[in-house]
Design a protein around this ligand. Structure first.
Ligand code: ATP
Length: 262
């Protein structure tokens, strides 16, 4: 895959020759990605193609066997997950990972505390700067609860939300940390058509109005083709095709390897 695409935006993330081996299994083999600022980029491919492994390498859950990952020009390959999230790359997971026994609001406050790294002593003493930070965190959480249409649910335990609401809360939990790049791993999995349409609207709104670029793994082709600016296709760990949605959906190799399966 070439690392060039046709848009005019600045490059945010440049991945070259990304390779991840698990023992004898080459799960990701020389994958290249070029993620442009302000765009929605998707990675698609059949089950087991290596998509989540790419995500795990980009976000520091796995140390890649080889390859370079440059975020805003800085090499971050092999950095730890918390270092990468502080730099502005945050993600959701294929299976919802919330603090299920905390309220919706608490989930958003914890996410911010982890990110801000609040000082224990100032917390114990409740200094004015600590109180100000707490108030800002509350205001910011309230803002994002409105955006994802969960303001009425703020005091519910996260485990009592409907599945689509949990998915939206996960996105809000990422957004309260003010990311530059939001990575979503199969956000539409398990959603009904109405929830998927709401998700589509939400992701588009994030890109258009909240200054975040999005990298998406998704099997729902209607969503992917409708929302993506650029798409990478991988198959059995290797790059198969890339391009705008109309080019990818018309690509014979892609149809054979992936779309033809649907
Ligand atoms: N930690 C690991 N140890 C060993 N093998 C792994 C590990 N993680 C992933 N794999 C293997 O790597 C390959 C790619 O898996 P991955 O989950 O990245 O695919 P995927 O494209 O995300 O699939 P899906 O669409 O089904 O989620 C698979 O063969 C998987 O079994």
């Amino acid at each position: 895959m070439s690392s060039q695409n046709n848009n005019q935006n600045a490059s945010l993330l440049e991945v070259e020759e990304l390779t991840m081996r698990f023992g004898g299994l080459l799960a990701v083999d020389s994958v290249a990605l070029s993620i442009q600022e302000g765009q929605i980029t998707s990675i698609i491919g059949p089950n087991g193609a290596g998509k989540t492994t790419v995500f795990n390498c980009l976000t520091g859950f796995y140390k890649p066997t080889a390859g370079s990952i440059r975020f805003k020009g800085e090499d971050i390959a092999g950095n730890k997950n918390h270092e990468i999230s502080r730099k502005g790359i945050v993600r959701t997971f294929q299976h919802v990972r919330l603090f299920k026994n905390m309220t919706v609001l608490e989930n958003l406050l914890v996410a911010q505390h982890r990110h801000i790294n609040t000082n224990l002593l100032s917390g114990l003493l409740k200094t004015s700067s600590y109180r100000r930070t707490e108030q800002e965190a509350l205001d910011h959480a309230a803002y994002w609860l409105e955006r994802v249409d969960l303001a009425d649910m703020a005091n519910r335990d996260a485990c009592n939300l409907a599945y689509g609401q949990q998915r939206r809360l996960e996105i809000a939990r990422c957004m309260v940390t003010r990311p530059t790049l939001l990575m979503l791993d199969e956000p539409a999995a398990g959603l009904n058509p109405k929830e998927t349409a709401e998700l589509d609207e939400l992701i588009s709104d994030l890109r258009s109005n909240h200054n975040v670029s999005v990298l998406l793994i998704e099997h729902d082709m209607k969503l992917v083709m409708g929302i993506s600016d650029y798409i990478y296709v991988i198959n059995q760990g290797t790059p198969l095709a890339e391009g705008k949605p109309e080019d990818v959906s018309a690509n014979d190799d892609v149809i054979k390897a992936y779309l033809g399966e649907a």
